[in-house]
Every structure is written in C-alpha cells, then in structure tokens.
Design a binder for this molecule. Structure first.
Ligand SMILES: [Zn+2]
Length: 224
C-alpha cells in the first residue's frame, strides 16, 4: 500500500498562520451558486485527489448547479508554473504545455472559470523541498501567470486543500488572492518564517507536556 503522509509540524504551522490571518475560507455549496463551469488545476496525488479534492467539488457542484468540471492535473499542482520551479527539469516544456491545455479549455471548450488547488502534505513539494508557505504563494503566482503573463481570459479562484490523517480531517479552503497578496507584502518573509518557527516551538512544547502527562501514571506507579 502507498504510505499515507502525516501533516508535518511545519505544514500544520502554516495552516495555523493562515487561519490566524483569516486567509482560509472553508468552502461549502453556497460558494458555487451562480458560478461558471470550471477547470480544476491540481496535483493528481491519489491519496488526496478523490476524497480531498474531487469529491468535495463534485458534491458542492451537484448541489449547486450541476456544472461541468474539467480536471487538469500535474504533480505539484501550480508549483510547475513557478519561475525556476524545482519540479521542472531544465529544457522541459511541461509548464508551457500546461498553459496550452488551459488555453485550449478556454478557447475551444468554452470554460470561463478556473480553480487552482494546491494541497498539503504534497509529496512533490516535499521531495523538492518546497516550503509549505511557498506552496500557497504558488497559487498567487499561478493566478498572475495565467491572467496577466499569458493573457488567458478566465477567472482564477485559488484553493488550498489540507489532509491531516492523525486528526482524521480534511478541509478545502478558498485563499482570497487580494487579501493574501496584501498580507504577504505587508509582513514579509522574515516575519512570517519567524512566526512559523515560533508556532512550531509552541507545538513541540505542547507535545512534550502531553507526553509527560501520559507517562505520569507510570512514573507515579514506579515511585510507589
Ligand atoms: Zn501533490
């Protein structure tokens, strides 16, 4: 069986950081009312694709409008569209080919909306040591590349999917582009990465205390 991945402390810390900033808007079927048929741009990781991404989308879409949904997948999701992406080997045309698929869906098939969805834990991001905050940054870059650089006439609404197998929870959240870019620009790398480290240290202390509390009966029993 393919090994499931636990959420790392760094990934969990990024989720907490984004939640504290109010940047993860968990979606429900109301989100799709009055919306267009949509291209879903995401990583095809089989551990998350069906339950974490496709099922929630299809359920919400079916309840809302019975809209069409076109999955365009590539390992790492929008990470392949980043400048100097570590997921793209030199000389590869994978990013340009992917943009061509999006343009085909828009120009030839008539799609007017897209939802890039990155996720964590993502095996591709981890393998290439892409920091979880950069996985979220990549969504903003993707929107800029698709709309501004490539000039594709399509709406782009960014999403982040999180699976925490230890807590048995999955969430799919919209990441509002304008709010994210403003927050990112306002705080800067040093402050945000410092905050992520502070959250990690706090979680480690919490785990340590919990472990000690769990071992307490043994310790007391040993003393007695
Ligand atoms: Zn992935």
């Amino acid at each position: 069986m393919i090994k499931q991945m636990k959420l790392s402390l760094e990934e969990r810390a990024v989720e907490i950081l984004l939640d504290d900033a109010g940047l993860l808007h968990d979606v429900d079927k109301e989100h799709f009312r009055g919306k267009e048929d949509v291209i879903v741009i995401c990583c095809p990781d089989g551990r998350q694709f069906l339950r974490g991404i496709l099922n929630p989308f299809v359920e919400m879409y079916d309840e809302a409008h019975k809209l069409c949904l076109l999955p365009l997948t590539e390992f790492g999701g929008t990470l392949i569209l980043d400048n100097d992406s570590p997921l793209v080997v030199p000389g590869s045309t994978i990013a340009d080919d992917f943009i061509r698929k999006i343009k085909y869906a828009v120009d030839e098939m008539g799609y007017k909306a897209s939802c890039p969805i990155n996720h964590q834990p993502c095996g591709g991001a981890r393998r290439h040591k892409v920091h979880p905050l950069c996985v979220v940054d990549s969504l903003a870059y993707a929107k800029e590349r698709i709309k501004k650089k490539e000039g594709v006439g399509i709406t782009v609404a960014n999403f982040f999917q999180i699976t925490d197998i230890e807590q048995d929870r999955r969430r799919l959240s919209r990441v509002p582009y304008n709010d994210y870019v403003r927050w990112r620009g306002h705080h800067g790398d040093a402050k945000l990465y410092g905050e992520i480290q502070r959250i990690i240290r706090s979680m480690e202390r919490h785990r340590l205390v919990n472990n000690e509390l769990q071992n307490l009966p043994n310790i007391i029993g040993g003393v007695i």
